[in-house]
Design a protein around this ligand. Sequence first.
Ligand code: NAP
Length: 267
Amino acid sequence: MATPGRCAGLAPMNHAAHGQRIAVVTGAARGIGAAVARRLAGEGLAVAVIDLDEAGCAATVEAIIADGGRAMACTADVSDEAAVIVAVARITAALGPPTVLVNNAGIGPQADLVELATHQWHTVVGVNLNGPFFLTRAVAPYMIEAGWGRIVNVSSISAVGDADRVDYGSAKAGLIGFTKSLALQLGRHGITANAIAPGFVVSDMTRATARRLGRDFAEHQRLAARSIPVGRVGRPEDIAHTASYLVSAEAGFVSGQVVYVAGGPVD
Ligand code: NAP
């Protein structure tokens, strides 16, 4: 269970004044978020790792520090507005003002429309859409002050429709609308906002889907790869690579875009 806004600063020295960019990556205890956090740290950013999972957060941070990077762990529920405000304040105090934000935390349980409970709808929208809003609203003032910022929202190919998860598909489509609106509103401050829409990526999320279908995970991946043009499923590093490009200084003219990282086109 997450302690709201509980943060363990493992690198308290403020390097922002020395030009080191500070990134916040949510859902970074494992899977795609952990790969993104490690990649950005490897490229010289100080990274604040936010997740529900305290031990997982600490593991990501330890891995970054072992590789010579700077990071801090922050346990918070991104769908909890107050916890997000506390977390961002603590990150800013410990590392410096963040100017890179990767909204990656997400959940996608099975959801048949007729049986979908209202509270599940709210939970899924809360994590996948409200969370990015709370984080972005808390971090944007630092980006505006810096006259520079990079926002990456991790959506999904489910944004174009998901037969099994109407709540998830709706939230991920909303996240794309949010991203484009941010790009329009914040562009004049030197801030870009883009969405990454992954296809099948090996993680606990796709492992859970395999379990639900009663399939062995290796078999599940083989079946998925058959309908992917490049003939393989994705890895967290595929998404990390794309995020790394989108947050780079060189990507400053790319904004309001959806990058499908799915091994082929998505309609
Ligand atoms: P994952 O392995 O399930 O990891 C998600 C992480 O987010 C977990 O560490 C989880 O913590 C954390 N999290 C969940 N709810 C949270 C909350 N309310 N506050 C803070 N952290 C929270 O998933 P993944 O596959 O890496 O997915 C990452 C993102 O990519 C998600 O937004 C997902 O929708 C998107 N995506 C994934 C795929 C795919 O094929 N894997 C495809 C398209 C899009 P706990 O472990 O404590 O719950």
